[in-house]
Design a protein around this ligand. Structure first.
Ligand code: SF4
Ligand code: SF4
Length: 167
């Protein structure tokens, strides 16, 4: 293709680049951006913390429960946490708006809390984590899962044992 044809084609097609920051920028659907955490669906297994190569994810025991934090300025966007999370409670969004001032660096964090609860059966204080029931046979109904959720780990195990014995 000669130069003039190429020039004419490029003029006809227009710019191939994004107009950003003076116009919208297209974000690919599979873009690996900011981490988001959904505490109610988290099982509290801490796999995400173990597989994070950057040490960006931390769980901290507090008086109110189990705190989750993910530091966006430490994350390397590898996707390990989402890949290994059994419930996808931690996942990558397509949000890439991460530029920040030096003063904001300590607030670039996604945080959440799995609160404490009182076990409906024995009264012990335990975390209100989502029960891990994906492999339970026969599959549990939503009512059973809600019932199980209100219990501490020991009472959950008893509940599941009694259910197995019945089936
Ligand atoms: S976010 Fe997922 S991997 Fe991390 S503790 Fe919760 S359930 Fe486990
Ligand atoms: S995407 Fe990778 S570096 Fe970022 S929090 Fe998840 S596991 Fe850690």
């Amino acid at each position: 293709m000669n130069f003039l044809t190429l020039l004419a084609r490029n003029l006809w097609n227009g710019p191939s680049t994004e107009a950003f920051p003076f116009g919208p920028a297209v974000t690919p659907k599979r873009f690996r951006g900011k981490i988001a955490f959904d505490a109610p669906s988290c099982e509290g297994c801490k796999i995400c913390e173990r597989v994070c190569p950057a040490g960006a994810i931390r769980f901290t025991k507090t008086a109110d429960g189990l705190g989750f934090s993910c530091w966006h300025d430490t994350c390397v966007f590898c996707g390990n946490c989402e890949f290994y999370c059994p419930t996808k409670s931690v996942h990558q969004t397509t949000d890439w708006h991460l530029s920040h001032t030096q003063a904001e660096k300590y607030s670039m964090v996604e945080s959440g809390l799995i609160p404490n609860q009182v076990c409906v059966e024995c009264g012990a204080t335990a975390l209100d984590t989502a029960p891990s029931v994906a492999a339970v046979k026969p599959p549990m109904s939503a009512e059973e899962v809600a019932d199980l959720r209100g219990r501490c780990p020991k009472c959950r195990a008893k509940f599941l044992k009694a259910r197995r014995a019945k089936s």
